[in-house]
Design a protein around this ligand. Sequence first.
Ligand SMILES: Nc1ncnc2c1ncn2[C@@H]1O[C@H](COP(=O)(O)OP(=O)(O)O)[C@@H](O)[C@H]1O
Ligand SMILES: [Mg+2]
Length: 333
Amino acid sequence: MITVLNTVRKAFRLEGEILEMHPLTDGGIHGTYQIRLKTGKNYIFQQVNTSVFQNPDAVMQNIVRTASYLEKYVPEMQVLHFYQTEQGEYLFQNWRVMDVIHGYSMKTCENLYQIQQAGKAFGAFQKAVSGMDSAGLVQTISGFHDTKAYFQELLHLKSSLPEMEILRNWQEQACFVCDCYQKGKLPFQVTHGDMKCSNLLFDRETNQPVAVIDWDTVMSGMPVYDFGDAVRSFASNVSSSETDLSRVGISMPKFEAFVSGWLSECPQTDRNLLIPSVFSVTVELAVRYLTDYLQGNIYFRITHPEQNLIRARNQIRLAQELLKHQSEMEKFL
Ligand SMILES: Nc1ncnc2c1ncn2[C@@H]1O[C@H](COP(=O)(O)OP(=O)(O)O)[C@@H](O)[C@H]1O
Ligand SMILES: [Mg+2]
């Protein structure tokens, strides 16, 4: 590994041998390492997962464009800074190098203060990019959050599972938000695309977020879906792999913490679509898990053959819980 990392170091013209190397494992998509060089300088070396991101050059183009927009118009925001090779490339054999941002990350946020701070940080990010022209960004994952397309794919498959019927009955309601954007009633905007706890760095002293990281899915999207997906991940009682469905649900204190943080920074997000979006992204994920299960588990990594079916049931249960709490959630907005 050190030999590979030293080759990468040289490609990015960084002086000094590698002294230390620590794998950073909160992510799960790429191979990420914090590197300390003899010069005393620290860097993040990352091997891009090209089965998820098939066009890594376009991913880098989107990130660099977003960083330069933010540097110009929102200078107080901490941006990702990537290095270039001698040829001016941001990738060398699918490796990239960026500056370390000081702070700690966590797989999940447990206390309400952190969740509220996370809401603030992601709301501030959404607000910061809202003035940027999203047409200038490349759609690096085709069909990303196209709920209608995910439904079409599932409903073409043959299955007598009861989950299929439940999802079929939710199709119209779950596609409502997506439809509003696709019909041009609302503008697509630049979105982060992956607003979860491990994509924040927190200050060691104040425990407040210092940066939103992992900009690989920054592209043209639906801001309310980013909100919905964040609520799904920050306010769920359990993870999507929980097998005891009686434990699946939404925590209202966590929901309120996240939403109060988000709205304090980004009050202009289309309010009447915020809660419907939480339902839409949850159902969308259930649809994707069930599709993958029926197609032989090609996309989501599994450790046992029924895992994607269990994940689909888990998200269906969460969607049912969301419907139960809908009016309570809406009151809070
Ligand atoms: N610029 C950075 N400074 C410090 N730590 C970082 C930086 N970028 C990533 N990390 C750490 O590496 C982890 C994985 O990086 P990330 O870009 O989120 O990759 P993945 O797509 O695999 O989630 C993060 O959760 C964080 O702990
Ligand atoms: Mg990440």
